[in-house]
Design a protein around this ligand. Structure first.
Ligand code: ZN
Length: 227
């Protein structure tokens, strides 16, 4: 698929006049150009498949081979609909809060939330677990929504520090409280499978705010998953 020259230039240079969807603001600080959503997802799949086929051809691979012929489109669909679906604000989960009818006032911890993200420097996986906690301020949230928040921000090209901050910011906004904690422990395949090829290290990042700045409260959170 070929774009009209004007649109193509504006997309590439980021200097077009297309309006930015208001929900782009929910993308927080992931670096995106102003025309990030001029193209539809379907249009992006077509263009990425074309470009990925070029990369494979440059590498000398025979795209007529039965096993390789479908790879460019497969990769393009995976990027847009799975691996990087969190770039599109339209995929942001709707968070519904419920009245805290049971008057639960203690810490809620959800442990071992799966994190499948992608290192934005090498485009290889970041695999880890995220532990989150909060104190309800009047309202509570369905537990699976915590998983969905973690998943949404994970499904972007990321650095672990930004991912941690984005999850924390979204928890605060959604749960309407500053009393949140995030602890993310992840392996980076760019460290594990290339470069220094260190297979045993993992990286920990965290965010504590509100009541979690109290060392006792923080320790209660840490004990919940560290034992
Ligand atoms: Zn990397």
């Amino acid at each position: 698929m070929k774009l009209p020259a004007t649109l193509s230039n504006s997309v590439i240079n980021g200097n077009g006049n297309q309006s930015v969807p208001s929900r782009l603001s929910s993308a927080l600080s992931s670096p995106m150009h102003p025309n990030a959503f001029v193209l539809s997802d379907d249009e992006k799949v077509v263009l990425i498949a074309e470009k990925f086929a070029e990369i494979m051809e440059i590498m000398g691979l025979d795209l007529k081979d039965d096993s390789l012929s479908g790879t460019p489109e497969r990769v393009a669909k995976m990027y847009i609909h799975e691996t990087f679906q969190g770039l599109n604000p339209l995929n942001k989960p709707d968070i519904t809060l419920f009245e805290n009818n049971y008057a639960y006032g203690e810490m809620l911890v959800e442990r071992n939330i799966t994190v499948h993200s992608t290192c934005e420097h090498h485009f290889v996986p970041i695999l880890g677990v995220c532990h989150v906690a909060y104190f309800a301020k009047g309202k509570v949230v369905g537990l699976s929504k915590l998983n969905r928040i973690v998943k949404f921000y994970s499904k972007r090209p990321q650095v672990q520090e930004r991912l941690t901050e984005q999850i924390a910011a979204e928890l605060k906004r959604s749960l309407q409280t500053e009393d949140v904690a995030v602890y993310l422990d992840a392996e980076h395949l760019c460290v594990k499978t290339r470069g220094v090829e260190d297979c045993s290290s993992s990286t920990v990042t965290s965010h504590y705010s509100g009541r979690f700045k109290d060392p006792d409260v923080r320790n209660e959170f840490l004990t919940a998953f560290k034992g």
